[in-house]
Design a protein around this ligand. Structure first.
Ligand code: GDP
Length: 459
């Protein structure tokens, strides 16, 4: 399975920048780069260089000097891929980077597939698949929380938890197997009682991990937030306040925000994916209607609803209709336009809706800080310090954990029905394998390829 050929790719962004890096990995990497590199210091070659050291010189295509570069040598197994690696650090123009990459390939390397460096780190046993996935998540992180969560996973925190759970399960399998083989020395008398307690405890631990999945998804993708309110309540103005720029069109004609807009925004560390919709409004206008249906649909999927009430106009049927949709949802009610004379009754709204209520002016920005405070209190247990907490942010992991619970539940059922012990080991083994699947054990080639193909070039 382990590939021996030498791969190369541009590891930095495909944009003109001060410096660009071409990464070369594999048994031949040092010789290949050495054959196109002339160190400025006489007599020095990359081949003789110890690991984690570098030489300055020219990259040459025959007699033609392409660029000046620093070549950094890392020797197996102390490199990202666990193989010999050379990083050519040259000037960051795309044209030059491509020419040097072509030269490296002509000299004996092969163009790397997306994610192939990380795949080699995985195949080389340096990281497990959850760590490989965290590398990709980190590259794609849209906010600081997501980056920190993937850093925790890269350190192997998730793997540690999964390994501990597996060790516990394996112990039981081993004990039962030994007792069946050697009944004289290992007794199964009263064992199922003990096993039951331990399996229940394991299920609780897996459930605790799973319970982070919802917040994990919000960390990774942002809290799906829908802004609702009758026409002209100030939804677009609020969105603009949140985005800090005039992106949505604000108009004075009721019902003109027709389409849905999605915007990612990080507000004081809280990642939001804001879906701006046409207001919920009884209307016969066909274009409007599409917008309204969309609003109702996106409401279904929303993690958070910001309900905007126009404080300067009396509540009407539209408001009543919206209020009836808000039950059992995470909602912040925003009474808008506090810079104008107020006609709505805050007390009444608060007692009717049982949501947090904040008063703002989307026009002047007054009260917007209160809204942020409210947001912070609603999510991530009111604290945004993610120290070493493990969040499940990956659907594959979530599925693996759910299947583990199912298998363990079957163990409990079998104990309940006083099934023979060898029966129990079947489902224990299944749980053990499902957890192993999260770590990438017995991961089929197809799945491994699928995971790595989602990576960027050069990683
Ligand atoms: P939407 O239909 O709910 O998206 O409402 P808009 O954001 O388009 O706002 C409708 C009108 O109300 C616009 O003329 C805004 O300038 C105005 N408006 C929005 N928020 C405020 C506010 O806090 N105070 C005042 N005075 N006017 C506002």
């Amino acid at each position: 399975m382990f590939q021996k050929d030498t791969i190369a790719a541009i590891a930095t962004g495909m944009t003109n920048a001060g410096i660009g890096i071409i990464r070369v990995s594999g048994a031949e990497s040092i010789q290949i780069v050495d054959s196109i590199f002339h160190a400025k210091q006489a007599g020095k070659t990359l081949v003789d260089l110890p690991g984690y050291s570098a030489l300055f010189g020219n990259i040459c295509d025959g007699d033609c000097v392409l660029d000046e570069a620093i070549c950094l040598v890392m020797r197996a197994p102390n490199s990202y891929t666990t193989e010999d690696v050379v990083e050519i650090q040259c000037h960051g123009g795309i044209v030059m980077l491509r020419r040097i990459l072509e030269l490296v390939i002509r000299s004996g390397a092969r163009a790397a597939e997306p994610g192939e460096f990380t795949k080699r780190a995985f195949l080389g046993g340096r990281i497990d698949i959850t760590q490989a996935e965290s590398v990709m998540d980190m590259i794609h992180a849209k906010n600081e929380l997501a980056a920190r969560s993937s850093a925790t996973q890269l350190q192997g925190k998730l793997s540690e938890k999964i390994k501990a759970l597996r060790a516990m399960i394996l112990n039981h399998i081993a004990y039962i197997e030994s007792a069946l083989d050697d009944p004289e020395n290992y007794s199964l008398e009263g064992y199922s009682e003990e096993l039951k307690l331990q399996v229940e405890e394991t299920i609780n631990q897996v459930k605790a991990l799973l319970s982070t999945a919802e917040e994990g998804k919000m960390i990774k993708e942002g809290i799906r937030t829908v802004i609702l309110g009758k026409p002209n309540a100030g939804k677009s103005s609020l969105l603009n306040q949140l985005l800090g720029e005039e992106r949505a069109i604000v108009t004075e004609v009721a019902g003109t925000t027709r389409d849905t807009l999605e915007e990612d925004v990080v507000i004081q560390g809280i990642p939001l994916k804001i879906i701006d919709t046409a207001g919920i409004h009884d209307t016969v206008d066909i274009v409007e209607k599409i917008g309204v249906d969309k609003a109702k649909n996106s409401m279904e999927e929303a993690d958070l609803i910001l309900y905007v009430v126009d404080g300067a106009r009396p509540l009407d049927d539209d408001d009543m209709q919206i209020m009836s949709l808000l039950k059992d949802r995470k909602v912040i009610t925003i009474i808008n336009k506090i810079d104008m004379e107020q006609v709505v009754d805050k007390e009444w709204i608060t007692s009717k809706l049982h949501t947090s209520v904040v008063e703002i002016s989307a026009k002047t920005g007054d009260g917007v800080q209160d809204l942020y405070e409210c947001l912070k209190n609603l999510f991530f247990h009111g604290k945004l310090t993610m120290n070493d907490e493990v969040y499940i942010t990956n659907l594959r992991h979530k599925q693996g954990l759910m299947e583990t619970i199912e298998s363990l539940q079957r163990v409990l059922d079998s104990i309940e029905q006083q099934m023979p012990e060898d029966f129990l080991t079947i489902d224990l083994m299944a749980a053990y394998e499902q957890l192993g699947y999260i770590l990438g054990e017995s991961l089929g080639d197809d799945l491994a390829n699928e995971i790595f193909s989602k990576f960027c070039m050069g990683k």
